[in-house]
Design a protein around this ligand. Structure first.
Ligand SMILES: [Zn+2]
Length: 212
């Protein structure tokens, strides 16, 4: 990991840092098994990590989830693992069509403005990923936020740049001046060895004898 990000930084200049990962080389995606730690529970029974979603018929989220259950014809009482894959995917990653808002029968507050309106539903997992991107763009230190995001997300190599368009500042920012110098020299060393590997005196890569 360290070696690959060092050698990949050879190709970088600040303008070319990847937009998808912001030059971090990795991005985080929610992982369903982390988001739903106990799939034997239902949505009503609190199957989600509570920061991600907690059913309450009086809230906007509660109205949305109830309306979704009516449109997709599933029960909020069904254990998560018993819901069809299509339904689970819709809950996590959203639906294409607009969702007409309905009031849950057990709501204690009337939300006349909500009911009957058509809204987009992007899914619970996508919403967390949006939070995460916004949080990272602002660059705020918020350890509470980070802790709960870490509970439900896993790091992936950036799908767009494959971790190759990393900002050099990411490597240097936390270092002291002395460490920066050491790092800079190790970057140039790894560039040399990277290019060195691809060039052979006879123009061909040396390969071990094949085990015919
Ligand atoms: Zn990237």
């Amino acid at each position: 990991m360290a070696t690959s990000s060092l050698s990949s930084s050879c190709f970088n200049n600040p303008e070319s840092a990847c937009r998808t990962c912001g030059g971090l080389g990795v991005h985080k995606l929610t992982h369903p098994e982390l988001l739903i730690p106990d799939p034997q529970r239902s949505i009503l029974g609190g199957c989600f990590v509570k920061e991600a979603f907690k059913y309450n018929p009086d809230t906007w989220d509660g109205h949305v989830m109830y309306s979704l259950s009516k449109v997709l014809k599933f029960s909020l009482d069904t254990p998560w693992e018993k819901l069809s894959e299509a339904v689970r995917n819709s809950i996590l990653y959203g639906i294409e069509q607009k969702l007409r808002m309905q009031a849950p029968p057990d709501t204690k507050v009337e939300r006349e403005k909500w009911v009957g309106s058509d809204i987009g539903f992007g899914g619970i997992a996508h919403r967390i990923e949006r939070y995460y991107r916004r949080y990272r763009q602002r660059g705020e230190a918020n350890s509470g936020m980070e802790a709960w995001l870490d509970k439900v997300m896993v790091e992936h190599t950036c799908p767009d740049c494959k971790g190759t368009r990393v900002r050099a500042t990411r490597l240097l920012s936390r270092s002291t001046a002395k460490r920066s110098t050491m790092l800079a020299s190790s970057i140039s060393t790894s560039c040399t060895s990277f290019w060195g590997r691809s060039i052979h005196p006879d123009g061909r890569g040396r390969r071990p004898a094949s085990p015919a």
